[in-house]
Design a binder for this molecule. Structure first.
Ligand code: C2E
Ligand code: CA
Ligand code: CA
Length: 735
């Protein structure tokens, strides 16, 4: 998910970078533009300046046409004004374009003045005279130098010429000063100093248009005031021969840099934008890649800490949270509770409806319990149908309330895809009180204690919760010991079999039930009801089971014709190859399966497990008959009696014990007997201790009887003896 803060983080440097790039481009462009313009202007200025120089040289040449002429020397030395008027006045104005022409004699006295071709009074020279001193002096000085160096017959040289730039009556002039000299040496100079021609050419009209055309500066013009520098205008200053400012030539500067810049601005901007977009795209890509990495890492760590089926925290995370909760307990002196939760009939549902439904049930249960937990609680799936909760800030009362709520909601039926199921749950609760000082309690220990409480809750009949109490530890330790000792007993022949007779209504022994006995060296006789359960839980049941089968098979040789009933526990029948193993044993012991009855409990049939079904069918096929033990206590269903290959039902001893005590018991027993008859099943009652019980049973049609009244479970030898005396009935018969 792209948060706006992250997007900003992404954008800020980008925008900065782009602005910086644009700025650099702008400043660089501007500098370049300025430099190009400047160079162009300097070049133009020097061109025009050179043009002015060339123009002045051209003006010199026009002056020379008269100045280097024998006639001119002759006439001007003689101060011939008429000649000057005729040959110079008009020539300088009309042909050469000079506004003023003056002639000075060898004493530098003006004797001729003309303006625009017309002879004028000497006074018009006044405006020029002030600015002419240096030029005239220079000419005279050079004249002297020439004369000093003069050699007879030396080639003619160009007339001495200088110029000045000056402003007269608001007009700027180039004033050319030339010394008159002979050209073909026809005339001899009369005086040491020759006359001087002074001609003033206006920097205007012709001169400017000529410059304009030649240097392609159409708007070239003259200014008579100094200007502040400007980027747009190119200028050259015109100074007089003292270096003083006279005027400025000005024209619009060529700006190739600006021209280039305006044309490049759009492409440059486009490049900046493209650059920005490219960098943005790259950033986004790498950002996305980083996001994907972060996400996959988050997924991986979620997977490492969560259960894929329910999405709940797994065992790892649970212990992590429990660890930090214990840390809190240590620091903040609060209390926490740990709940261990187990679904009571998960296995049945799983076996009956398959794993898919089992998964569905787990998910539904997780959902239900999640709904009760607070956000601060950690509700985790530890394994299979085992869940646990770390409840923070939990007083024993709060813990009990939560446990109660969970038992309550789990008692409600659940509608799964395969139909409605009733699955209750059991809880073990362990509250962790304030931990004083540095007392170390490990998370594993806390959970183990909660698990012990769960075990107790299950044993107490399921669908309830139980708090952990220290003595449970002792009980558990005993179970562990029993487990270890049972292994040893199995290895060292500590188990043995006794047999309890089953009699017909005439009191004749017709069969025996094989019952296992364990005399513990320290604990004395341990009830099979207890150690068989432990054996089932710890996986020893197969060893115990085959021990009893082998013993019973062996003992049966003693009493040919007597049916021997053998208890088979559910976990034995769930073994896929049970029938193969039993048939191997049949082989080995040389017995006929028809002489044996296998007692199974109703609970086994509940799951409708196909494996159980097949195994039972095969056993039946081999010749064993099947008896349903403890009938009436479990989840009796008539359909089981029809679906499974059952030969006999064994009415549970609790009904028998209640005969004569509870009115209902009689009706139940009678109904069971009727049912058995209707289904053509044999029926036997167990736990018969009194004559009344026996009489009643025989009265309602029960065929066989087992119980202390006839005999306690006894050693095989005692059975042999009993069987031998079968001809003499020991019991009184009803009919
Ligand atoms: P169960 O199969 O119902 O066995 C009958 C139990 O009732 C036996 O207890 C027997 O001693 C007792 N009993 C017999 N007649 C009377 C009577 O008149 N009154 C009373 N109160 N009890 C009577 P036991 O031998 O302690 O066995 C307890 C349970 O242990 C058995 O119940 C059976 O579920 C299991 N068990 C015993 N031996 C084996 C065995 O070899 N294999 C397996 N899988 N289970 C066994
Ligand atoms: Ca039994
Ligand atoms: Ca029984």
């Amino acid at each position: 998910m792209v948060t706006s803060a992250r997007a900003n983080e992404l954008f800020r440097p980008l925008v900065f970078l782009s602005i910086a790039a644009a700025l650099m481009l702008f400043v660089g462009g501007l500098t370049m533009m300025y430099n190009i313009d400047n160079t162009a202007r300097l070049r133009d200025q020097s061109l025009v300046a050179n043009g002015v120089k060339a123009g002045i040289l051209d003006l010199y040449k026009d002056v020379w046409a008269i100045a280097a002429w024998d006639d001119a020397l002759i006439n001007l030395e003689r101060r011939n004004s008429e000649w000057a008027a005729e040959y110079m006045g008009r020539y300088y104005y009309q042909i050469a374009g000079y506004d003023y022409v003056f002639v000075l004699d060898h004493d530098d006295h003006l004797f001729f003045a003309a303006h625009k071709g017309s002879v004028r009074a000497a006074s018009i020279y006044t405006g020029f005279a002030g600015g002419m001193h240096q030029a005239i002096e220079t000419v005279r000085k050079r004249e002297r130098e020439r004369q000093n160096r003069a050699q007879p017959g030396a080639p003619l040289r160009l007339p001495l010429t200088v110029h000045n730039i000056m402003r007269v009556n608001g007009q700027v002039y180039i004033v050319v000063v030339a010394l008159v000299q002979s050209d073909f040496r026809k005339a001899e100079q009369m005086y040491a100093r020759a006359p001087i021609i002074v001609a003033a050419y206006p920097i205007a009209g012709n001169f400017l248009s000529h410059l304009s055309a030649r240097y392609l500066q159409p708007d070239l013009h003259i200014l008579q005031k100094q200007q502040a520098p400007s980027h747009e205008m190119a200028r050259i200053n015109l100074n007089d021969d003292h270096g003083r400012y006279v005027a400025t030539l000005e024209w619009k500067a060529a700006t190739p840099g600006t021209w280039l810049a305006t044309r490049l601005a759009v492409p440059a901007l486009a490049i900046v934008i493209l650059f920005f977009l490219a960098v943005l795209a790259m950033q986004r890509r790498s950002w996305r890649a980083a996001q994907a990495l972060i996400a996959s890492e988050a997924r991986a760590s979620h997977m490492a800490y969560h259960d894929p089926l329910t999405g709940l925290p797994n065992r790892l995370l649970f212990f992590d949270r429990l660890g930090s909760a214990l840390e809190q307990v240590r620091r903040k002196s609060t209390t926490i509770a740990v709940h261990c939760i187990d679904l009571d009939r998960f296995k049945e549902v799983n076996d009956t409806f398959g794993h898919q439904m089992g998964d569905e049930l787990i998910r539904a249960a997780a959902h239900r319990i999640s709904g009760i937990c607070r956000r601060s609680d950690t509700f985790a799936r530890l394994s299979g149908d085992e869940f646990a909760i770390v409840q923070l800030n939990a007083s024993p009362l709060a813990a009990a309330r939560l446990a109660e709520r969970i038992v309550e909601v789990m008692a409600q039926p659940m509608d799964l895809s395969g139909g409605r199921v009733h699955v209750s749950c059991s809880l073990g609760v362990n509250t962790v009180p304030e931990i004083v000082g540095d007392m170390e309690v490990s998370a594993a220990e806390i959970l183990r204690q909660a698990d012990l409480a769960l075990y107790r809750a299950k044993n107490n009949g399921r669908g309830q919760y139980c708090f952990f109490e220290p003595e449970m530890d002792a009980a558990m330790r005993m179970r562990r010991e029993i487990e270890l000792d049972l292994r040893e007993a199995l290895d060292q022949g500590g188990l043995r079999m006794v047999y309890q007779p089953q009699a017909d209504k005439y009191g004749r022994i017709v069969g025996v039930e094989a019952l296992v006995r364990w005399h513990h060296p320290v604990r004395g006789d341990v009830s099979p009801a207890m150690f068989i359960q432990i054996a089932e839980e710890c996986g020893l049941i197969n060893d115990v089971g085959f021990f009893t089968l082998r013993e019973a098979f062996a003992a049966s040789h003693l009493w040919k014709g007597l049916k021997v009933a053998i208890n088979i526990s559910a976990s034995q029948l769930r073994m896929r190859d049970f029938h193969e193993k039993i048939s191997a044993l049949v082989e080995e012991c040389g017995v006929d399966p028809c002489d044996f009855e296998l007692e199974i409990t109703e609970g086994l049939l509940l799951g409708d497990d196909p494996v159980t079904h097949t195994v039972l069918m095969r056993l039946r096929h081999m010749g064993f008959s099947i008896a349903l033990d403890d009938f009436g206590t479990g989840y009796s269903s008539l359909s089981y009696l029809q679906r499974y290959p059952i030969d006999k039902i064994k009415i549970d001893r609790s009904f028998i014990a209640n005969l004569g005590v509870e009115g209902e018991a009689r009706a139940v027993v009678q109904a069971i007997v009727r049912l058995a008859r209707a289904l053509r099943l044999h029926v036997i009652a167990e736990g018969v201790e009194t004559d009344e019980q026996r009489d009643y049973l025989i009265n309602v049609g029960c065929e066989e009887i087992q119980g202390f009244l006839f005999s306690r479970p006894v050693e095989p030898a005692a059975i042999s003896e009993m069987y031998a005396h079968n001809r003499e009935p020991a019991l009184r018969t009803v009919d």
